[in-house]
Write a protein that binds this ligand. Sequence first.
Ligand SMILES: [Zn+2]
Length: 126
Amino acid sequence: MSSERLARRAWSRRRWPHFRPHEFYRGSPEGQPGISIALLDVLERLRVSAGEVPLPILSGVRSAAHNSAVGGVEGSQHLLGTAADIPYGMVTTEEAIMAGAVGIGSRGPYAVHVDVREGPAARWTY
Ligand SMILES: [Zn+2]
């Protein structure tokens, strides 16, 4: 999986027509990582799986301070720009795997975490 990160100015509306950079950031993007290109591709595929309906990004890129504030785990993929949380129930685990997600966690009935981490696949509920 490519770990390439996207500079905010390099956003491609053609490649990711259903998402916008601001959806992935809370507050200023200063000091926050770029969004993983592989993650954006996964999310575009998931939007199709979800039935071509809007797929809200509940949590995207996080600074260390923001990650602590929301109770994110140390070393969270959100800190690397490689994770997004979407609403629970919009896509299945199988659809997430097919779309290319490597890490998939669910916090039913609230959110599903998808990421494109380096290394082995991971599944969990919390
Ligand atoms: Zn998450």
